[in-house]
Structures are given as structure tokens and as C-alpha cells.
Design a protein around this ligand. Structure first.
Ligand SMILES: Nc1ncnc2c1ncn2[C@@H]1O[C@H](COP(=O)(O)OP(=O)(O)OP(=O)(O)O)[C@@H](O)[C@H]1O
Length: 343
């Protein structure tokens, strides 16, 4: 197994309905939609294979009912999968006893849900420190840890407020802080910002990106909003009817959607927001005068201003910082106005 894989999901199924395990075995772990329908069973998650790498933000995206929540709950065994394997650091989670599973969740997994419940009778400090209390951490130590996380999520000064005294966005920050209190190795977030209004939601996304730059957690993030997915994701898995239809970087999905279902999500996304400089490059030529440099993984929208203002091209630097190509103002303009770009 690749050492950078934190969580691996192999042939995972969740079938709702009676006698689902026998049904799955009887169909050699490959029942069709027709088989499921005939047996009056619901395929919540169907033969899902994904590897989530250490330190990445892996987004699971799909319309309502596509199986996102069921899959994520299977990954932490809040729901028992009907079949398949889930390897966490190479260990099969499905073989862990209930007691072991509680310990793994308590110490290694962080979870944030859309409608998470803060404890109303506890202050912000009490809420954030709560999971540490459950772990048996001393009062002094848990409060010290909680205070530093509260500061990290931008709530310093609100330690003694009660949830009812906070805005929706602030409450969500408390939920995030609480889930981080145990320093989870893997962090599951199921539509954490969906209930927030668009401005606050964007602010929380920025905050989340800032946090991840500091924490570098392994993250599984669910959303039904493709724009949110491309803002946050290193990679995205698109789900439909319980199946994963395509996995790729935002750029790969936009450039090469595997099906018309994926294309429908991607068609309204401005290409400048996902195309990276490295993909657009023309050959490097050291005799051409240049105006500066941009990294290969910079998104066009982020470098457009500077490149567009200059009549000299920019050098594109590769992962090692060496020149790998050139980016011209014309290329940037083509992307910005939506002209077809030959890649
Ligand atoms: N306990 C259950 N019993 C029967 N069917 C269920 C159960 N839970 C979920 N399902 C079905 O499994 C499918 C996937 O549901 P799931 O909630 O995972 O989708 P989702 O993509 O998370 O949707 P949403 O974005 O609306 O939360 C749906 O068809 C749903 O009706």
C-alpha cells in the first residue's frame, strides 16, 4: 500500500433493507441496479473505491440522495457497511471491535456536521474542551488546549459566551474547534457550511483554507456545491446513485468530465478558476525577455492581473523552481473570455 494513503476504501457497499449482506454475497458483491430494485433494496453506497492521501482535502460531491453522507458515515463506521474493506493506516476498520472503534473515533477522528449540536448549557470553552473531558484529560490541560484552538478558529475573547449568544457562523466555528480539540488524524466534514448565508459561507471557506494551511490534516469534506468543492479540494469524487462516477483534481474534472452528469456541474465554472499555469504553458525560451515568474500550480484567475498588465510573457516555474514554460497575456485573455484553449 502507498505509504501516503491514510484511508482506503475498497469495494464498499451499503445496502439498506432486510438481509442485505446475504443479498450482496448472492450477487458476488456486484448486484446491478435492476437486482437491487427487484429485491426492493436501496443501494446507498455501491462498490466505492477511493484512496484518501495524508494531508489532502478530499471532497465528496454529488446531488441530494447520491450517497455522500452514507459513504462518509461508513468511513467512520457510524453506519455499518454491508460489504468491502476500509483501511485506516492499513488496518481494516471493519475488523475493529465496537470498543476499539469508539477509541479510534474518540482519539483519531474529528467530525463536523451541518446540524451539529453544541451543548447549550456549556460555554464556548466548555464545548470545545468537552471531547477532551470525555478522554479523561485534566481540567487544566483541557482548558489550555481548548483556549489555543479557540484562538486558532478566530474566537478569542468569546470563551465564556454561551452558544445562544453567538451568530450561526460563530457557532459553526465552535463546532469546528470542538472537532479539532482531540487533534484528529482524519477530519470528516459533512456539509459544514451549508446552513450559512453565502457571505458567511465564503468567509468560513477562506478560514477553512487558512486553517488547513496550518494544520495539514487529512480531510474528507462533503458538499453538494461544486463551487465550494473546487475552492477547497485537492481532489474531488463525484457521486451519483451511490456510485463514484469520477475522481480527479478540480482541473481534471473541468477539462475532462467523464460523463454528462459531471459536465453539468463543471459547465458553469469559469475556467480561469481551475486551469493552472502549468497546463497552459508554451515552451520555455531563454532568449525571450520576460516580466517575472508564476508557479506552475497557480490558478489563472490568481495571476491574470499581473500577466494581463504586462506585454512581456511570464516564466512558469516547475515544482523545483526551474523554468518549464512561458505564459503570455494572450493565453490568459483566452481563458478569461472563455475562448477555446488548445491544451
Ligand atoms: N436509513 C436509511 N434507510 C433507507 N434508505 C436510506 C437510509 N439512509 C439513506 N438512505 C438512502 O440512501 C441514499 C443515499 O442517501 P444519503 O443521505 O447518503 O445521500 P446524500 O448524498 O448525503 O444526500 P443529502 O445531500 O440530501 O444529504 C438515498 O437514496 C437515501 O434515501
Amino acid at each position: 500500500m502507498n505509504s501516503s494513503v491514510k484511508l482506503s476504501c475498497k469495494g464498499v457497499w451499503k445496502i439498506f433493507g432486510p438481509d442485505a449482506e446475504n443479498f450482496l454475497q448472492k450477487h458476488n458483491n456486484k448486484p446491478s441496479s435492476h437486482d437491487l430494485k427487484t429485491a426492493n433494496l436501496v443501494g446507498g453506497v455501491r462498490d466505492v473505491n477511493i484512496d484518501i492521501n495524508s494531508g489532502e482535502i478530499f471532497v465528496i460531491m454529488g446531488l441530494s440522495g447520491s450517497g455522500k453522507s452514507t459513504l462518509v458515515r461508513c468511513l467512520s463506521r457510524l453506519i455499518e457497511p454491508t460489504g468491502g474493506e476500509i483501511l485506516f493506516d492499513g488496518e481494516d476498520l471493519l475488523k475493529a471491535s465496537d470498543k476499539e472503534m469508539i477509541e479510534i473515533r474518540r482519539h483519531k477522528m474529528g467530525m463536523v456536521f451541518q446540524h451539529f449540536a453544541l451543548l447549550p448549557h456549556l460555554t464556548v470553552l466548555g464545548n470545545v474542551a468537552f471531547p477532551l473531558e470525555v478522554q479523561g484529560v485534566s481540567k487544566e490541560q483541557r482548558e489550555q488546549q481548548a483556549r489555543s484552538i479557540i484562538e486558532l478558529v478566530g474566537l478569542k475573547g468569546k470563551e465564556n459566551f454561551y452558544p445562544r449568544e453567538l451568530s450561526g457562523g460563530q457557532q459553526q466555528r465552535v463546532g469546528i474547534a470542538r472537532s479539532l480539540a482531540v487533534e484528529p488524524e482524519i477530519w470528516f466534514l459533512d456539509e459544514p457550511f451549508s446552513a450559512l448565508d453565502p457571505l458567511i459561507r465564503r468567509e468560513m471557506q477562506d478560514e477553512f483554507i487558512r486553517l488547513q494551511n496550518v494544520l495539514k490534516k487529512t480531510i474528507v469534506f462533503i458538499t453538494h456545491d461544486f463551487e465550494e468543492a473546487i475552492r477547497l479540494a485537492d481532489r474531488i469524487a463525484i457521486m451519483k446513485d451511490g456510485k463514484v462516477i469520477q475522481i480527479g483534481t478540480p482541473e481534471e474534472l473541468v477539462i475532462n468530465p467523464a460523463t454528462s452528469y459531471v459536465a453539468e456541474f463543471t459547465q458553469h465554472i469559469p475556467r480561469a478558476k481551475v486551469l493552472t499555469a502549468g497546463l497552459l504553458k508554451i515552451a520555455f525560451d531563454s532568449t525571450i525577455e520576460t516580466a517575472g515568474s508564476v508557479p506552475h500550480d497557480a490558478v489563472i484567475a490568481d495571476v491574470a492581473d499581473q500577466v494581463e498588465k504586462s506585454n512581456k510573457p511570464f516564466v512558469i516555474t516547475g515544482p523545483e523552481g526551474t523554468p518549464i514554460g512561458l505564459l503570455t497575456r494572450e493565453m490568459v485573455m483566452d481563458v478569461l473570455v472563455g475562448r477555446e484553449v488548445v491544451l
